[in-house]
Design a binder for this molecule. Structure first.
Ligand SMILES: [Zn+2]
Length: 254
């Protein structure tokens, strides 16, 4: 018995893969049952009837390799939820029918029906974990320099927290990878080709005297914050020293 699974049989298998299995073993049993029940259609018996039968040889059954691979891959992804991807894939491969090559049979889509996978994937390169630690360290230094009650510390912390939340609660289907992108910045790539940066934007020291709109340029000189801005003729009071830990905030950059 070798044949491709039909569209409705694949739908039933897909439902089992993304169903309410309580653990990897239940998942494997549910998927194997759905596959064999499909192949046993018309034989007046189900997988439950034959699974422990000594005469039942699962190698007598085969499905196209494209379908076989899609089932194993999707189940393996699903089993990440329990941290059991590899063992589940091996268990499943041992219990499924065999496969045969048929280039005419396309790879079926077995993604979750509501496109809302149980597990969100976010991979972090080891270099990126070091950058994340540096960002946290930068916040600690801002707290030490300006106090946890300062706007400089609070603005930086709030922007960092917002970026992390966005990262974790991103679109459900995209598989994202976090890379370093400078000492305090990160780059997020996704498998749907969208990407963005979480960039640290330093805040230039500005004068804190009321009515004066001077900011320091990159070379350290004072200048108007915009061409028409009022700059008082006095000794400017910088919001923070240029040589301490740099306040700023993390912004999203396309
Ligand atoms: Zn000033």
């Amino acid at each position: 018995m070798r044949r491709p699974l039909t569209r409705s049989e694949l739908d039933a298998i897909r439902e089992q893969i993304h169903g309410d299995a309580l653990g990897p073993q239940e998942l494997v049993t549910a998927v194997v049952t759905a596959v064999f029940d499909a192949l046993l259609t018309g034989q007046a018996r189900t997988y439950r009837d034959v699974r422990d039968d000594a005469l039942f040889d699962r190698d007598n059954y085969a499905i196209p390799a494209s379908q076989w691979t899609a089932i194993v891959t999707t189940v393996t992804d699903r089993a990440y939820t329990w941290g059991a991807a590899t063992s589940t894939g091996m268990d499943l491969a041992a219990l499924l029918p065999t496969s045969y090559d048929d280039p005419a049979v396309p790879t079926p889509l077995l993604k979750p029906i509501d496109d809302n996978p149980k597990l969100r994937r976010l991979d972090i390169s080891s270099d990126a974990t070091a950058t994340v630690a540096s960002c946290q360290q930068h916040l600690i230094e801002l707290a030490a320099a300006y106090g946890t009650d300062s706007d400089l510390y609070r603005d930086a912390t709030a922007s960092w927290s917002l970026q992390l939340t966005n990262l974790i609660s991103g679109p459900p289907s995209a598989h994202r990878v976090l890379h370093p992108d400078g000492p305090l910045s990160l780059y997020v790539s996704t498998d749907d080709a969208s990407h963005y940066s979480i960039a640290f934007e330093p805040l230039a020291p500005h004068c804190t005297v009321a009515g004066c709109h001077a900011v320091t340029a990159a070379d350290g000189h004072w200048q108007p914050s915009h061409p028409d801005a009022t700059v008082l003729d006095h000794e400017h009071q910088p919001s923070h020293p240029a040589d301490g830990p740099q306040p700023g905030r993390w912004i999203t950059r396309p």
